[in-house]
Design a protein around this ligand. Structure first.
Ligand code: GLU
Length: 282
């Protein structure tokens, strides 16, 4: 199987040094393996995604010296596809509509209830609702215990990154107590949650290696569950260490000082960015 990896930014702000690290590392690893490097634009959050951020992603990555295959998969152009997958899960009785707001969930969690698996997971208020009762503005949640009944547990995924190397086992207990009934379809009709869209596209694009920051390590358990549920291959993971600011905090999109565009404007060279990130010169 050809080594195939991707960089999958959301165009909701400027790319920063941490993004540059992910993209360059994935590109270098694909190069070294004689494999493929794909770019995917994860722009399903229409409230936050902006065309100018997408344009800046292309400009920043080109400036860093990266090339990628075209056409680029832009998730907003494939909403019907994700909706069909959600529909498939609904037909199996694995998702239900949910109208709870954050405040409802907080209130339900603060009252002790029998059968509530953990302190932070969704308490299941809408779990009994039929799909036919979905109203505009309702999210779609996975019925985690029903999903687990369809699978042979535990599931495993492999990680060869610096932070969590090894084979990781995902148990039903972990998913019930830490993840619970997660949102797979957002309240905007036809809008998939990131976890689902990414899993669907990693499979459609034949991604063999997911190279990304360790901040997404916990998400991998959920994504492995979705892969198993949908009968999709489980890729190999490589979660790399995070680039931090001088106070040790993870860089966020609002850290404009570390934006690639800022380095470009200040006259830093792509080779200096590589050196700063501890990557080999090209
Ligand atoms: N779109 C996600 C982000 O920008 C990345 C998801 C991934 O690499 O799986 O954080």
């Amino acid at each position: 199987m050809t080594f195939t990896t991707r960089f999958a930014p959301s165009p909701t702000g400027p790319l920063h040094l941490g993004h540059a690290y992910s993209a360059l590392l994935a590109h270098d690893m694909a190069d070294a393996a004689g494999g493929r490097f794909l770019l995917r634009i994860e722009d399903t959050d229409s409230g936050r995604a902006r065309p100018h951020w997408e344009t800046q992603i292309y400009d920043d990555l080109r400036w860093l010296g990266l090339t990628w295959e075209t056409p680029v998969l832009r998730q907003s152009e494939h909403l019907a596809y994700y909706a069909a997958v959600l529909d498939h899960l609904a037909q199996k009785g694995l998702v239900y509509p949910c109208s709870c707001r954050r405040s409802d969930i907080r209130a339900a969690l603060s009252a002790p209830q029998e059968g509530v698996p953990g302190p932070t997971v969704y308490p299941g208020t809408c779990r009994g609702r039929a799909m036919s009762s979905r109203q505009p503005g309702d999210a779609l949640r996975l019925n985690m215990s029903a999903a687990l009944k369809c699978l042979t547990m535990p599931l495993t995924f492999r990680d060869s990154g610096q932070v969590h190397p090894g084979t990781h086992e995902i148990t039903a207990t972990h998913l019930l107590s830490r993840t619970g009934d997660l949102v797979l379809g957002r309240k905007e009709i036809e809008t998939p949650a990131y976890v689902l869209a990414a899993v669907i596209d990693d499979a459609r694009q034949g991604i063999t290696h997911v190279i990304r920051g360790a901040d997404l390590f916990d998400t991998t358990a959920v994504q492995t569950l979705l892969q198993a549920l949908l009968g999709l291959p489980i890729p190999h993971y490589y979660h790399h260490g995070l680039i931090r600011d001088e106070n040790g905090k993870r860089l966020a999109k609002r850290n404009d000082a570390r934006a690639i565009a800022k380095y470009r404007a200040d006259g830093t060279s792509p080779a200096e960015i590589r050196a700063m990130l501890g990557l080999k010169a090209k």
